[in-house]
Ligand binder design. Structure first.
Ligand SMILES: Cc1cc2nc3c(=O)[nH]c(=O)nc-3n(C[C@H](O)[C@H](O)[C@H](O)COP(=O)(O)OP(=O)(O)OC[C@H]3O[C@@H](n4cnc5c(N)ncnc54)[C@H](O)[C@@H]3O)c2cc1C
Length: 272
């Protein structure tokens, strides 16, 4: 079974700063890490490989430094990593990102399963997984919370959407996007980390796609989304307050009196 895991490098969101004047994330203000949901995607792939065997390919589109992310993916169980990196891919919205990823996945055919995180912590649209499946013309299931059964031709999953829980069976090749509930990603072993340092991450530039992708279909030129304005919401006001037991009792009896009074006057409303 050939499994392709989509991995995005994101800024460390608990450290990153926002440039409120330009309305953008100041990406230089923090380090980078694997998008947390993509760790769940990778762990899902590793568990499938442990059960039925196969190959795991980690695929990312991003700047050259994203090869660090793919190296970590290898330390965590991927067999190899491929980075789509070229100035022509830069500035891509979710459409151009999915379109490019789908063309890279086609180059990796025959494949059986594509796994993505449900969303990223920086872009947060949750569009790339389903969009990629549409461009590949394969079925997909989003928001997967449990992998119930898997074999080389199909898988059965549980997914939760809007408080409903659905059990779905999908024929392969197909794509799933996974939530954090699906598993606990295991930590890489030191030996695997050391080995991953030596691994060659393949880099695919635009030249590898020039026969199938036109420059106007990718990167900023291929992105119909226009971000007009980004505002940073002010920090929420502190609403919590500590009360002593006496204060609490006084407040409760005030509320009780109030309700009682309202009930009494409410009954007389017709006579007001
Ligand atoms: C006009 C415009 C310009 C932009 N310019 C930039 C820019 O210059 N630099 C920049 O970093 N972002 C840029 N973005 C943001 C960029 O569009 C998104 O980060 C990207 O398309 C992915 O969307 P998302 O983060 O919402 O992913 P989601 O749809 O929330 O991600 C779901 C899953 O898809 C997979 N995935 C998502 N992105 C990738 C990827 N790149 N590689 C592999 N797998 C992936 C992961 O598995 C992820 O968990 C721009 C956005 C717009 C609208």
């Amino acid at each position: 079974m050939r499994i392709i895991v989509l991995i995005k490098q994101v800024p460390e969101m608990d450290r990153v700063e926002f440039d409120s004047e330009k309305g953008v994330i100041d990406r230089k203000s923090a380090g980078v890490e694997i998008n947390p949901f993509d760790l769940n995607a990778l762990e899902t792939a590793v568990q499938i490989k442990e059960k039925i065997g196969g190959e795991i390919i980690a695929l990312s589109m991003g700047p050259p430094r994203a090869d660090k992310t793919l190296r970590e993916a290898v330390a965590r169980g991927a067999d190899r990593g491929i980075l789509l990196s070229d100035g022509k891919f830069a500035g891509a919205d979710t459409r151009a990102t999915s379109f490019t990823l789908a063309h890279a996945i086609k180059k990796l055919a025959p494949f059986d399963l594509v796994i993505a995180g449900e969303m990223t912590v920086d872009g947060d649209t949750a569009q790339v997984g389903p969009q990629t499946a549409e461009y590949l013309d394969i079925p997909h299931v989003a928001y997967v919370t449990a992998l119930d059964e898997v074999d080389t031709s199909s898988l059965t999953v549980t997914c939760n959407i809007w408080e409903g829980s659905y059990r779905k069976r999908m024929h392969l090749p197909g794509l799933i996007t996974v939530t954090k509930d699906i598993n606990f990603p295991r930590l890489p072993e030191l030996r695997a980390k050391m080995k991953a340092r030596e691994v060659q991450i393949s880099r695919w530039e635009y030249a590898a796609f020039s026969d199938i992708l036109k420059p106007e279909q990718i990167g900023l030129k291929g992105s119909p989304t226009q971000v007009k304005k980004i505002t940073i919401p002010p920090p929420p006001e502190r609403r919590g307050q500590m009360f002593s037991e006496e204060e609490l009792e006084a407040a409760l009896s005030a509320v009780e009196n109030n309700i009682r009074e309202k009930r009494l006057t409410g009954g007389n409303r017709e006579n007001d």
